[in-house]
Design a protein around this ligand. Structure first.
Ligand code: ADP
Length: 381
């Protein structure tokens, strides 16, 4: 069997790291980039340009690939079903992506496997929001069902006036209204799954979000093993339920002693960037192995503790690349810069440190990532 040409829809940092993982396996990669300045398009030799939600662009692109996978959820399920009907092999499939692109569908799949989820309801009108809040109490959380990411599309609203401002701004787009959870901890579990159902599962990883954006992770999770193994069972059950192929990440909260399943993504995920150095097989390699239907690799940790901290664009708009020497001055820091234009608050890279203890790994990873925030150049350019 020859190795298929893998087409990746989207050319951000996830595609860039997939591309990197494909090189030692000599898996041929083609990209569909929205712009030639996208993170992965800057480094890949074979990148077409076109919008991921344009059926013409997708059709033309798919004709040049054996199998098509995705680094983005900004796709239209109807178009994906049409591609499949025309014989295009999508991994994950149109049916799986139909679930993944919509938070209502995600929650329905979670409930089908008995996963505990926050109390929530679909709401299109203010009346539905106030009725929900009358029983759950304020604040409540409003979420767009589609198109949100990195906290965009999530609002914690304290009263009716705040809720109205959000609902009116969305002009009838469907929303979920959800109980506000006083979160004690957040963590994630990732799974890689092949077309026949073979699966490997990564260790649970503690995650920290600020303003709805993932900031740092620590593996293995410090939470109780009974809790993380429950989460692992939920994640594998969901992967089978939605027939996922490739990587899937499931994000969980612990709130008031309850384990709650929040959301899922069917692609490599920021919470598993630590796997590049921290696991025997990275999430990017296992995603490619899964979509090519090749044997999956071990997910065992390579060190007692692995910390990853995102590199976020500093307020002064400076480019983290100018702080590279400073970051590399931190012992055993693995620096990943995505080659994206610097903007305050934008995810521009990450740093991973493997160490003997979580404290040590985290302290070093933070210290390297903070060299950007403080503009410490460490000499040289
Ligand atoms: P996104 O699609 O932006 O990743 P999430 O549903 O993961 O949206 O929400 C982003 C973050 O907002 C979560 O990681 C969590 O910190 C916070 N959040 C989400 N839902 C709730 C909730 N019901 N109660 C409290 N905080 C929440």
């Amino acid at each position: 069997m020859s190795v298929p040409i893998v087409g990746i829809v989207g050319a951000g940092q996830l595609a860039r790291m997939l591309y990197q993982a494909a090189i030692p396996l000599a898996i041929p990669i083609r990209l569909l980039a929205a712009s030639e300045t996208d993170s992965a398009a800057r480094v890949a030799h074979d990148a077409a340009t076109g919008a991921p939600d344009s059926i013409e662009a997708l059709r033309g692109f798919a004709a040049t690939c054996d199998v098509v996978t995705f680094e983005t959820e900004l796709v239209e399920p109807d178009q994906l079903h049409a591609l499949e009907a025309a014989g295009v092999v999508l991994r994950p499939s149109a049916a799986t992506l139909t679930v993944a692109v919509d938070k209502r569908e995600q929650r329905a799949a979670m409930r089908r496997v008995g996963a505990p989820v926050p109390l929530h309801q679909e709401a299109r009108t203010m009346r539905a929001v106030t009725e929900f809040a009358a029983s759950s109490g304020w604040p409540v959380v409003l979420k767009t069902t589609r198109g949100g990411y990195d906290g965009r599309g999530v609002w914690i609203v304290g009263d009716e006036d705040e809720a109205r401002a959000v609902v009116e701004g969305l002009t009838g787009r469907p929303l979920l209204v959800e109980e506000y959870c006083d979160i004690d901890a957040e963590f994630a579990v990732q799974v890689a799954r092949r077309p026949g159902g073979e699966m490997v599962i990564y260790p649970a990883v503690d995650t920290v979000q600020r303003d709805g954006v993932f900031r740092e992770s620590l593996a293995p999770s410090s939470l109780d093993a009974s809790r993380t193994s429950h989460a692992a069972r939920i994640a594998t059950a969901i992967a089978s339920e939605i027939d996922c192929v490739g990587m899937m990440a499931v994000e969980f909260f612990v709130a008031g002693g309850r384990l709650l399943t929040n959301e899922l993504a069917v692609r490599p995920h920021n919470t598993a960037h630590y796997t590049i150095e921290g696991c025997v097989t990275s999430q990017f390699e296992n995603h490619l192995r899964a979509v090519c239907d090749l044997p999956l690799g071990s997910t065992a940790l390579t060190a007692p503790a692995v910390a990853t901290v995102n590199v976020i664009g500093p307020d002064d708009g400076s480019d983290p690349a100018t702080s590279l020497a400073g970051m590399l001055g931190v012992e055993s820091a693995h620096v990943h810069l995505y080659g994206k234009a610097a903007r305050p608050g934008r995810k521009l890279g990450h740093v991973t440190v493997c160490a003997d203890s979580g404290d040590e790994a985290m302290a070093r990873a933070r210290s390297a990532a903070e060299r950007v925030a403080t503009g410490a150049r460490g000499g040289g350019r």
